[in-house]
Design a protein around this ligand. Structure first.
Ligand SMILES: Nc1nc2c(ncn2[C@@H]2O[C@H](COP(=O)(O)OP(=O)(O)O)[C@@H](O)[C@H]2O)c(=O)[nH]1
Ligand SMILES: [Mg+2]
Length: 252
């Protein structure tokens, strides 16, 4: 398993981290299936991902307050990360178009949850970027409350992709959110961005650190995706993983 890293396939399986090497949440295990092929999805899964993400992707709702969060109708995947982590670029790369992230950039929509319907099969939820140095305490508190309300009451939420800039690794401002995922039992998965900037050896060191920290979170999915939106690295593999979640039955 560890040699996925060496092969640089865009996905690295976490090494054994505890007794029995079975720290994966039951929900996550059920979602990806026994003997997960997430790390090496194979041609059929990659094609399923490609087809899903080639579907029409339309903005359906924005929620700046908890009561504006729309009812859940489809399996959902949320995307979170510090501002400037490369979230818009990744969403563009996944969906192969600019409209989605541009919509999220529209003034007034940058600080809200934006919901995008992908082919009536999957809802992509763009969560507001955090970690602005200039954010006020009131703003941070409002944002935390909105996040908590969303994460707590969302049975359709299959997973949250937590984007981490590979040049910086997990930062202090990411940690409260990781804790919140644990508290709300929302499975989260780390997606490293901008890996085109990284020397292979630096990336390996970062992966080791990331996985060590991830192992301390009960809600952390053990597979870490490595991506570059600019060069398209890891995008087909991530699409395949998300398509599998769209098809998986809801967690129990
Ligand atoms: N080298 C590199 N830069 C990237 C990549 N993705 C995003 N960026 C850059 O990172 C900055 C922030 O990207 P953006 O997608 O707007 O981040 P957001 O604030 O998280 O939505 C921009 O200057 C992008 O060009 C990538 O894959 N590789
Ligand atoms: Mg953005």
């Amino acid at each position: 398993m560890a040699d996925h890293a060496a092969r640089g396939r865009g996905v690295i399986e976490a090494p054994p981290t505890g007794p029995g090497n079975d720290d994966e949440l039951p929900d996550a295990a059920a979602l990806v299936g026994a003997g997960s092929s997430e790390a090496n999805p194979g041609a059929a899964a990659v094609e399923a991902g490609r087809l899903l993400f080639a579907q029409e992707c339309t903005f359906t709702a924005g929620a700046a307050t908890s009561d504006a969060i729309p009812p859940d109708t489809l399996p959902e995947i949320a995307f979170a990360g510090r501002s400037n982590v490369g979230k818009s670029s990744l969403l563009n790369a996944l969906t192969g178009r600019n409209s989605l992230a541009r919509t999220s950039h529209t003034p007034g929509r940058t600080r809200q949850l934006n919901f995008f319907d992908l082919g009536h099969r999957l809802m992509l939820v763009d969560l507001p970027g955090y970690g602005y140095a200039e954010a006020s305490k009131t703003e941070i508190a409002r944002w935390n409350a909105l996040f908590k309300d969303y994460l707590r009451g969302r049975p359709s939420l299959r997973r949250t992709c937590l984007l981490i800039d590979s040049r910086h690794g997990i930062k202090e401002t990411d940690r409260p959110l990781m804790k919140l995922f644990d508290e709300t039992a929302v499975s989260f998965q780390i997606v490293l961005t901008k890996t085109d900037k990284m020397a292979a050896s630096t990336l390996q060191a970062l992966l080791a650190d990331t996985k060590a920290e991830l192992a301390r979170h009960v809600a952390g999915h053990p597979v870490v995706h490595t991506t570059s939106a600019h060069e398209g690295l890891g995008i087909p593999t991530l699409r395949a993983a998300l398509a599998a979640l769209a098809e998986a039955p809801p967690p129990r």
